[in-house]
Design a protein around this ligand. Structure first.
Ligand code: GLC
Length: 491
């Protein structure tokens, strides 16, 4: 007799899910990885707060639960649940409706910077604590008993604590295991211990006791110590965060989980990011007619008001403008390089200023676009010759992967996922240019080296572009590794 292997049931939790609600790479991952996992046969379902910005009509959301009671703090709150699907798939997305989530922004509290670490205002911490708690009631109501709850970043990191608390009351979740994926260790979710009263988490859980001893509760710590397995988004970052330099003060906590800590590279949506089919760019192209790429460059230069010239190198950067991304490495010296620059993104004023000052002084060389603009982003990936990621740290990074797919050669710092995905040209068969030291000089020199190859060794340049375009950055490979982790959890 043939027995079908039972399907693994996974509940996937993230504060962002593209295209419904996205700020950065976390959203991209949450919108793409579940699709690749579903292809492997996983019964995967997603929960997301029904933020005010989610377009109910566009996603044809239907109400499936009305007035479900969830107990938090000393009250019972009523929520509604709406169901939609990830576009073009059968993967359900349950949208949790409550006034807590009504705000137009995903992260309502704004960012606070303390000792170069981000923390957030209390409303976001309460909001996501409540979200995490509601999710467990929703799955119960839907009678979906997950084998694994896959949680992403601090927002939903209390899942493990909630499960332990609920398991002392009944057995709905006794066989449910948790995987915690760290996308960025710098955002930790730190707040006062009274969040535990708000959440009604069992105060005698050892990790709650230990964490709150120093006067605060750190959601990231709860996720790392409380979950059954932990992973991050590249093998190198998984090693780096065990060191004092990259551990964001949690290296000692992470070392305790060393044997349960994995590094799995992110992929990209290779259908959406495909120069052969991309409707957002001026001219489609492929490996076979790479010369056509230049049409995008000319269109981009024109749109930005830079001198239109096919022979000058065009260097692009697309990013959130934050401490992590290495924008403070740019200085006036870069104006001496024989190239044009385009920067696209938004973020902290101090970094916007560094770039805007350069553009003001050298308008024919620097173009700075302070915006979140998907269409322009695609035109930059397609139209630029070189793509920059000089990050201070980078858990994975998606920009360099997209750039390579578009034949745009990355110049990156050797950190985290950048070190794992870009192979230095000098070592042969390379896909880009990689520098080590976090300094303006090292960055400048590497970019200069790339420009020299661009101008003087055109054949080699073509080869680098083509090698990059041939890399496989689809999700299929990585999804298999997540699937292995799920299997390890439930065996
Ligand atoms: C965060 C990290 C980035 C990573 C993304 C998705 O945004 O900073 O490196 O690619 O999460 O995992």
């Amino acid at each position: 007799m043939i027995f079908n292997k039972p399907t693994i049931k996974v509940l996937f939790l993230s504060a962002e899910v593209a295209p419904l609600a996205k700020v950065g790479g976390l959203g991209d991952v949450a919108g793409a990885l579940p699709i690749a996992l579903a292809k492997l046969g996983v019964d995967i379902r997603i929960c997301l707060p029904f933020y005010g910005l989610i377009d109910r009509k566009k996603y044809s959301a239907k109400k499936i639960i009305n007035g479900l009671s969830v107990s938090i703090s000393n009250k019972n709150k009523l929520i509604n649940v709406w169901q939609t699907f990830l576009p073009k798939t059968k993967i359900p997305v349950y949208l949790i409706e409550h006034s807590f989530f009504k705000g137009e922004k995903i992260y309502s509290g704004g960012r606070l910077m303390l000792n170069n670490k981000y923390t957030r205002k209390i409303d976001d911490l309460k909001k996501f604590t409540f979200f995490t708690r509601t999710v467990l009631e929703v799955t119960r109501k839907l009678n979906f008993q997950p084998d694994v709850i896959h949680t992403n970043d601090w927002h939903v990191a209390l899942t493990a604590d909630f499960i332990k608390t609920l398991n002392s009351k009944d057995d709905f979740f006794v066989n449910t295991k948790t995987l915690y994926t760290i996308h960025n260790l710098a955002n930790q979710g730190i707040t006062k211990p009274n969040i535990i009263n708000f959440a009604k988490i069992n105060k005698s859980l050892p990790i709650v006791k230990v964490d709150s001893q120093d006067g605060d509760v750190n959601f990231m710590v709860q996720g790392i110590l409380g979950s059954n397995l932990v992973n991050t988004v590249s093998p190198t970052y998984a090693k780096e965060i065990l060191t004092h330099y990259q551990g964001a003060e949690l290296d000692n906590i992470l070392i305790k989980r060393k044997k349960d800590l994995y590094g799995i590279l992110n992929g990209i949506d290779t259908d959406f990011f495909n120069p052969e089919k991309d409707n957002l760019i001026k001219q489609k192209y492929s490996l076979k007619n790479l010369k056509q790429k230049t049409i995008n460059k000319l269109a981009l230069q024109k749109q930005l008001g830079l001198p239109v010239d096919k022979d000058i190198a065009l260097v692009g950067l697309i990013s959130r403008f934050v401490w992590q991304k290495g924008l403070d490495l740019f200085n006036e010296d870069f104006s001496k390089l024989n190239c044009q620059f385009v920067f696209l993104g938004t973020g902290q004023k101090e970094y916007e200023k560094i770039l805007k000052d350069l553009a003001k002084k050298y308008p024919k060389k620097f173009s700075v676009q302070l915006a979140f603009d998907e269409k322009l982003a695609h035109l930059i990936y397609a139209g630029a010759d070189i793509f920059l990621m000089p990050s201070r740290f980078e858990p994975c990074g998606l920009g360099q992967l997209i750039a390579m797919r578009y034949g745009t050669v990355p110049v990156v710092r050797a950190t985290g996922g950048l070190a794992d995905t870009v192979k230095e040209v000098k070592s042969g068969g390379g896909t880009g240019f990689v520098f080590d030291k976090y300094s303006s000089e090292a960055f400048y020199q590497k970019l200069n080296e790339a420009l020299t190859v661009f101008y003087k060794k055109q054949q080699l340049w073509r080869q680098i572009q083509k090698t990059g375009m041939k890399q496989d950055f689809s999700w299929d490979k990585s999804a298999k590794k997540y699937f292995e982790l799920y299997k390890k959890l439930i065996k």
